[in-house]
Write a protein that binds this ligand. Sequence first.
Ligand code: CP
Ligand code: NVA
Length: 328
Amino acid sequence: MNLKGRNFLKIKDFSPEEIEYLITLSEELKQKKKQGVLHEELRGKNIALIFEKTSTRTRCSFEVAAHDLGMHVTYLDPSGSQIGKKESIRDTARVLGRMYDGIEYRGFGQEIVEELAEYAGVPVWNGLTNEFHPTQMIADMLTVKEKLGHLKGIKFVYMGDARYNMGNSLMVTCAKLGMEFVACTSKAYFPEQELVDYCLEIAKQTGASITLTEDVLTGTQDADVIYTDVWVSMGEPDQVWESRIKELMPYQVNKKIMENAKESAIFMHCLPAFHDLETTIGKQIYEKFGLTEMEVTNEVFESSQSVVFDEAENRMHSIKAIMYATLK
Ligand code: CP
Ligand code: NVA
């Protein structure tokens, strides 16, 4: 498998074999790290991290992974560069491409990261756009594989806003890997039909299935994985909270949902999550709407079925694999 020089912009661009290869490479690099085996195999290389939205996991994963591989990192925060305000993406790409061996970009529209990649001349990695979150996919599938032993045939249920970056990416990934994907949410939050049709075509070749349902009981029944994400994503206006709460509350992940899933089911979330009142936004929502928890109850989040912190750790190992595969 040779992915050298490739961009990592969305899972759609990768074959099932390539995705599986990245998961396996993540496992190998994780093992090396755990065993204390040095793997500074990209020494002398430099990467730039552009974040137009905030981050904890993705930024730290790129930085730690780069350091472990022997690389140097420049971080450009949402206000710390000329990007967009004084300089176009196309010009930025052509400048950074002259200095860096790879560029990570987190921002808004998918077309921006695609344009960056078109002009940079070095691998560009998508650290999240409105439409897709591909690095998260390798970490998530690595986590499912570690916890449940395999991927094919796994019933993977996504609850909440299924038409944004996480729902879209998980549906495509499950389709490619022959899994049973279920978007269990209100109709208004189903992924776009065009993407659903694309996944249905892929599913014919991989043996996957794609189901969209509003019915919580059948949707989550005998699930292997219950997955959710925040109801309002970065960059969306505060005004949408009210309708999101009203429309998505029936799809909150709680004990009843977990009891309807398999006994062996795991709970996953890309994080950050609103499961208590320990955050500024969590407190504001409580004051305005009286809710103490949102997309997932604290009970489920803190339960033994919850694998969210293993999943977060896997972001680092999988981002390392993605950089290694595209640069080595
Ligand atoms: N899951 C994820 O991408 O987290 P951050 O926003 O903290 O990077
Ligand atoms: N849907 C979320 C994912 C965060 C990792 C967002 O875009 O804010």
